[in-house]
Design a protein around this ligand. Structure first.
Ligand SMILES: [Fe+2]
Length: 370
């Protein structure tokens, strides 16, 4: 088996531990005096934002920008870029869930870009280096802190896809499980199943290498073992296990890519306005059935580290995390377009079984039927 991919892009520095987020602004001082802190609504509501700003080293000029919520759109990024440029930021920090991190990451990467964000969303390479980006996740799930892509929706064309460039990698990551205590239960479930899906898809990807397998299997174990307890309200030590699992899953799929669940998740999520992790979670058991033969010995390998049959565990988690299919019994909107977009998706191309339109139709029938 290939040991390493032909390129590894990891975050430059990662700090881990409860309370570590309090050093965010002191850490960012190394990137410059002027910074923009991108965050979600709950950070201010719980007083965390105020505490961070109180810990700002003297002489720093830190502005804040609150994401209104929902899946991040190009229009959000346009507004954020205007704010960051007006503030003449030296660095951008994102502290929040996947949407906040992706917006902050894209803002840092495109800060000096010569063209509008839409051009890069359509695949153009970023010509000019951006700003330093610091990522502080407040959910355990997307792995955005460990990857070089920012998922954004173009609301005009209804297209949800990534801006992807090595320059988007975070310079600093802080994994602070104390921040996860404010995470709503529904987000713990959705983000956790996203992370679990990412770990499994990376592990079974046709681009998997030894290192991505090691990281992916450890991520599967950490998330599969601790997610239910975290959802039920376990302490910071358990939250830290899931947070580390999510980070490892991010590192793993950044090198191995994903699979058909992530290929279908974007076209479905954007049409039904279902959160990304929710779509991934409910698609996962059907995709595992579809892929089981192509996964070869990896099905048993995953079951072994989880201490339970893989499909059994996934179905058990979906019940225990209160995640019934949001699609069941609904009509399939724009079926042909969903199939077309899924088959050509970057993630689908890494799926262990080559995916045909008939396979996507089978997945849709399983998700919407009954
Ligand atoms: Fe995902």
């Amino acid at each position: 088996m290939t040991i390493l991919p032909d390129k590894i892009v990891f975050p430059e520095r990662t700090l881990i531990g409860a309370g570590k987020a309090q050093s965010l602004l002191a850490e960012c001082a190394r990137y410059g005096r002027r910074g923009l802190l991108v965050h979600g609504r709950s950070l201010a509501a719980h007083g965390v934002l105020q505490l961070l700003l109180q810990n700002s080293p003297s002489g720093m000029a830190v502005a804040t920008w609150e994401h209104a919520g929902g899946e991040p759109a190009l229009s959000d990024l346009d507004r954020l870029l205007k704010t960051a440029r007006k503030h003449q930021a030296d660095w951008i920090a994102g502290i929040g869930g996947g949407s906040v991190l992706d917006l902050a990451k894209a803002c840092a990467g495109l800060f000096h870009a010569l063209q509008p964000p839409e051009v890069y969303h359509n695949g153009a390479a970023i010509e000019t280096p951006g700003l330093a980006f610091a990522a502080v996740p407040t959910t355990a799930g997307t792995g955005s802190e460990a990857t070089v892509n920012a998922v954004l929706t173009n609301s005009a064309t209804c297209q949800k896809k990534s801006i992807r460039d090595d320059a988007l990698m975070a310079r600093l990551v802080i994994l602070d499980p104390a921040l996860l205590q404010y995470c709503p239960k529904r987000v713990i479930a959705h983000a956790g199943m996203d992370a679990f899906t990412q770990a499994l898809e990376a592990f079974t990807s046709r681009h998997a290498v030894w290192l991505s397998d090691e990281l992916g299997l450890k991520a599967l174990t950490l998330i599969g073992t601790h997610l239910e307890a975290f959802y039920r309200g376990a302490d910071t030590a358990v939250a830290e296990q899931v947070l580390m699992g999510s980070y490892l899953a991010g590192l793993s799929f950044a090198m191995a890519r994903l699979g058909v669940v992530h290929g279908i998740a974007h076209p479905l999520g954007v049409r039904y306005h279902v959160p990304h992790g929710y779509v991934c979670g409910v698609c996962l058991p059907h995709a595992v059935e579809l892929n089981r033969e192509a996964m070869g010995g990896k099905y048993e390998q995953a079951s072994r580290v989880l201490g339970r049959d893989l499909l059994d565990l996934i179905r058990h988690l979906l019940i225990r995390l209160d995640m019934p299919s949001p699609f069941r019994g609904k009509p399939i909107m724009e079926k042909e377009a969903i199939i077309r977009e899924t088959v050509v998706a970057w993630s689908t191309k890494a799926n262990p079984k080559p995916i045909t339109p008939a396979d996507v139709e089978w997945l849709l029938d399983r998700l919407f039927g009954g």
